[in-house]
Design a protein around this ligand. Sequence first.
Ligand code: GAL
Length: 375
Amino acid sequence: MIITKPPMGWNSWNTFARGVNERVIREAADAMVETGLRDAGYEYVVIDDCWSLKERGPDGRLVPNPETFPSGMNALSDYIHSKGLKFGMYSCAGIMTCTGAPGSYDKEFIDAETFAGWGVDYLKYDFCHFPAVADPRESYSRMAMALETTGRDIVFSACNGGLCEVEKWIRSTGAHLYRCTTDITETFPSILEHCRSQDEKIRYSAPGCYNDMDMLVVGMDGIGHHGHPGLCGDTEYKTHFALWCLFGQPLMMGSDLRRLRPEMLELLTNKDLLRIDQDAECRPPIEAGIKGDSRPSFFKHLSDRQFAVAFFNFTDEDGCADFRPWDIGLTTSAGVGMSLREVFTGEVVGPVNDFLSLYVPARDCKVFIGEWVTM
Ligand code: GAL
């Protein structure tokens, strides 16, 4: 099975963590449909950790907690599928998950069969309590094989927190996406740190196996497990989402979809940003200014002769972000220039093939989709 676009959906962890239950999963699925998120392309509804009993059943299989998932996984899976959505679950490559539920180490084939039997379409596979003597590459590879032998198409989302130089070997295991960072929190420094940590790693992300900088905190508004009241507002969410799209990331929402504000819905369904994120070629952006600048700009080749140009201000002071076309190989004598359209405001800039300095308010960004024109 090959995946050719970074997956889009929702995951329970950021908001619900240990409080997950079948009601909130159903309500998340309902909200995905009612808000138009499904029609915008979000399709996976993923239950993270804390769905199972702490012991396996007498047959050696994982058992959903009957108090929090009384209807069982088949009923929940049917419900999610009836909404035109796909069903995701979670397990762990170690002996236990991070919260002490049974992991799939050495139980990969039986667990994969259980997941397939529940109609699972996506498996997030964590890395807690991993035996010191075991080899991560072998374990992720074994689960990929186990999923394949079920005969069901299941997206395999590896999640080892970016450890063990995972970017160098994960593609060979059969995983379709892999976490290349630690856990995100709802703070601007965490968002930036997640992105900046990919400077040397984003090149590994490509169709078939995508980098995953973690679930989105867009619209959490301080509520939930990873919520930090007052530390992110609309500007920080906008920059967060723009960065994830520019870096071609899986878009797994983590907020409570039942109470998403209209501004957040508008952001999460921005057609131009989603077009950049889901671009078929998934090319890494090129930093087109002084590398590591706190007001950086980026250029990204897209398919269909288009490209994206983005200006960020990571600082707390308004100021200008510079774009140096020569850093992307474009010269003023080339006879072509960039015609740019901003994805939030529709503002048009260009044609231009010379130094461009744009004013960007603190923590904000400007993102353009561009086309080449003769000059
Ligand atoms: C972490 C993982 C989180 C979440 C959590 C559940 O290792 O990075 O995204 O899945 O485990 O316990």
